[in-house]
Design a protein around this ligand. Structure first.
Ligand code: EPZ
Length: 421
């Protein structure tokens, strides 16, 4: 298994190109199930989760291929659906696989999807996805670890009220409602930029959607969708991560293609912690303000609040700030697995329930650490970039799920980083 070695202590300077957003690309790839015509996507990142999705879609009958000479372009084409089952082995590896449910049901009237089960960051149920599909007229049964959903006469528009703004449920329901008969309303919808990107792609395919990006989305169902071309938005979590790589090393990085508006409250949170994020030619410039990093609190919230997917990285940043920071996780129950690993590098962190108190230290020191999930892993990379001496990060397959060419991008701004088999 590969490891990453980092020799920390170098302020990172230069430019990093932000890739297409993983969490926008995944649902949009699943949207290819909704039409018999090709979906031509640009800015698709080269990641393990994208490859898993390609595999699952191919199993269902979608040809999903990269265009020769254009590595970030992918054409997905599902002239007919060959299987209505998303098997355990493929869903277990990647929870986002549950996003086949809405499109398969809408296109074929049936879907059989393995229950994703727990994952490292918490139990992550799919009850809201299922409740929404039932409102749209599907009959749902759970058997043998699988969700069997059926709507032989098609789905019918309905009002669906989400008690909490689930990103995945909003996406699954948007795709299902696009082909349902009549009007649907998703009230209490998630407002993440990835939802807007999916709605934009569906609209290009002929769907009629209003209100994406707000808590109330209205969909007028159409009888069929057609092919389209669409470019995936830049990855706001990757951008926030590299911004903090600049911060934690006391450097300055131009985040090419990044969008400040996609960062939501992360901009204010990072600025309160002593960073500057400013619009710049072609992207966003991230650097530490002259006063240096200072301890500052943060609480994760749905967009436009501070993203849970940036919480671990912010904890690494606060580990070397002047003063203390209280970091509260409100979205997932078990998303502090990076704490003991950061402690191995010398961070001083106490967890009390959903909050972690981080007392900044003058210096972190390199040590062997182990990655546990995607964002936890990259928080260890950030801490290692700041630490004195060498850090060895194990189980880095988590990083390959969500960070495209991480070593290359960090190496280009001066990090001493290498992957060893
Ligand atoms: C998406 O997961 C992202 N994944 C996650 O990114 C991200 O952390 C999360 O949204 C929150 O922003 C993708 O987009 C592929 P949710 P999702 O449904 O859709 C509860 C990463 O690192 N809930 O918005 O699964 C749930 O338990 C990943 O890239 C229910 O109770 O998240 C959680 O507490 C990790 N019942 C909250 O809602 C449901 O049916 C928000 O989850 C669905 C969700």
């Amino acid at each position: 298994m590969d490891r990453i070695l980092i020799e920390g202590g170098v302020p990172l300077e230069g430019a990093v190109e932000i890739s297409g957003a993983k969490n926008a690309a995944l649902p949009i790839m699943f949207a290819s199930l909704l039409t018999a015509e090709p979906l031509d996507l640009k800015n698709v990142p080269d990641l393990a989760d994208i490859a898993s999705t390609q595999k699952l879609l191919q199993h269902l009958g979608v040809s999903a291929t990269h265009v020769a000479g254009e590595p970030s372009r992918m054409v997905l084409h599902a002239p007919s659906i060959l299987s209505e089952t998303a098997p355990y082995d493929l869903v277990r590896k990647m929870r986002a696989s549950v996003l086949v449910l809405g499109p398969l049901l809408a296109r074929t009237g049936a879907a059989r999807v393995s229950l994703p089960g727990g994952c490292a960051i918490g139990p992550r149920p799919i009850d809201l996805h299922l409740m929404g599909m039932e409102k749209l007229g599907a009959a749902i049964e759970l058997e043998g670890g699988y969700v069997h959903a059926q709507a032989p006469n098609g789905l019918t528009g309905a009002e669906i009220r989400l008690p909490q703004p689930s990103v995945g449920a909003t996406e699954n329901l948007l795709m299902a409602a696009a082909l349902a008969k009549g009007e649907s309303v998703i009230a209490g919808a998630a407002r993440e930029p990835e939802i807007v990107d999916l709605a934009d792609c569906l609209t290009a395919m002929g769907a009629r959607i209003e209100g994406a990006g707000t808590s109330n989305i209205t969909i007028q169902g159409v009888t069929s969708l057609h092919g389209a071309g669409h470019a995936i938005i830049p990855d706001r979590i990757e951008a926030g991560t590299y911004a903090m790589a600049a911060g934690v090393t006391g450097g300055s990085i131009l985040l090419k293609n990044a969008r400040l508006d996609f960062l939501g409250a992360a901009k204010e949170v990072l600025e309160a912690a002593g960073m500057v994020l400013a619009p710049a030619e072609g992207g966003v410039l991230a650097r530490v303000a002259p006063g240096g990093l200072k301890g500052s609190d943060a609480m994760t919230r749905p967009f436009p609040g501070f993203a849970t997917d940036l919480q671990a990285q912010f904890m690494a940043l606060m580990s070397v700030a002047d003063g203390a920071a209280m970091i509260t996780e409100t979205i997932f129950e078990n998303r502090f697995m990076h704490v003991p690993e950061l402690a191995r590098l010398g961070a001083r962190i106490n967890v009390h329930g959903a909050s972690a108190l981080v007392r900044g230290v003058k210096e972190l020191k390199g040590a062997p650490v182990m990655a546990t999930d995607l964002r936890a892993s990259v928080s260890l990379v950030l801490a290692a970039l700041a630490a004195k001496g060498q850090t060895e990060i194990n189980r880095i397959y988590h990083l390959d799920r969500g960070y495209e060419r991480l070593e290359e991008k960090l190496g280009a701004v001066g990090a001493r980083i290498e992957r060893v088999p």
